[in-house]
Design a protein around this ligand. Structure first.
Ligand SMILES: Cc1ncc(C[n+]2csc(CCOP(=O)(O)OP(=O)(O)O)c2C)c(N)n1
Length: 280
């Protein structure tokens, strides 16, 4: 990836975060933490890696992305909106009764491939898609995004074994290793040590990357695309609430409420980061 592309994607990740903050707004709860930790990955997938465009959402050959940690929907909505899947006016109606965009992903939303929100199910859905594409001889890739707290769901490990058994090398899963779940540190609530070793022992190829480094995420995905005969996992070493000083690593912003003050601060911090990237 050249420097110009990298810079464009870094700026896109900040744009997605700005959309995220505007969607959450003031005075209502929103999943800031686990959405922000995925901003760079969403930017790399939707705007560089995936065969995906708003004009071909039904193309059988498109790559698919299943957000298994569906509570982070707002960052995916931001990416789909920036890609032109629906008008920006929908972002303002997010999580309202008559709005298109609900609190968790739904297939009525252009660009959303699976209904998620009940944790633990997305990898199975993605595996089913990958198997169906293989039967149909369609060379599309399927991506699935899981959380680290989500790893305590048993269905994930059933899907992990099945994907390895069926040698599904068109499947790349991501694990957003932000180390915090809904109410505290993942290690204190349901510790699953040695995640990389566990996935390797389940028959997966595992890559661990800095989940806020555009080039590193891209390299991890490229390496996963070259794996043959088994599925791949890219562990994203991330910070929950990344880019927002008051939210980083803070479980209170898993699904927290922004005040006028924190809302303004969040947008201000994004502006500072943007200026820093633009000035090289
Ligand atoms: C089956 C199920 N149980 C509980 C929940 C409630 N819940 C929503 S998010 C969450 C924590 C998830 O933690 P993690 O996977 O680490 O997500 P992240 O920190 O990346 O947002 C929980 C328990 C749920 N959505 N589904």
């Amino acid at each position: 990836m050249n420097g110009e592309k990298k810079k464009a994607l870094e700026l896109m990740a900040l744009r997605l975060r700005r959309d995220l903050i505007e969607m959450i707004g003031v005075g209502a709860a929103g999943h800031l933490g686990g959405s922000s930790s995925l901003a760079e990955t969403m930017a790399v997938l939707y705007f560089h890696v995936m065969r995906f465009s708003a004009e071909s959402l039904k193309d059988p050959g498109r790559d698919r992305l299943v957000l298994s940690k569906g509570h982070a929907a707002l960052i995916q909505y931001a990416a789909l909106c920036e890609a032109g899947c629906f008008p920006r006016s929908e972002l303002k109606r997010v999580k309202t009764l008559n709005g298109l965009l609900q609190g968790h992903p739904d297939i009525s939303i252009p660009g959303i491939e699976a209904v998620t929100g009940s944790l633990g199910q997305g990898l199975s859905v993605a595996l089913g898609m990958a198997l169906a594409l293989r039967l149909d001889k369609i060379p599309a890739r399927v991506y699935a995004v899981m959380g680290d707290g989500e790893q305590s769901e048993g269905q994930i490990w059933e899907a992990a074994m099945a994907a390895a058994n069926f040698k599904v090398d068109s499947l790349t899963a991501f694990l957003d290793w932000n180390k915090v779940q809904a109410t505290g540190a993942t290690k204190d609530i349901f510790a699953i040590p040695n995640l990389a070793e566990k996935w390797t022992s389940f028959g997966w190829e595992v890559f661990t990357v800095d989940g806020h480094d555009i080039a590193a995420i891209h390299r991890g995905i490229e390496r996963s695309q070259n794996v043959r005969g088994k599925p791949s996992l890219v562990i994203l070493d991330t910070v929950k609430g990344k880019c927002f000083s008051f939210a980083e690593g803070n479980a209170a912003y898993h699904n927290g409420v922004l005040t006028e003050e924190t809302y303004a601060r969040a947008l201000g911090e994004l502006e500072e980061l943007k200026a820093r990237i633009e000035n090289g």
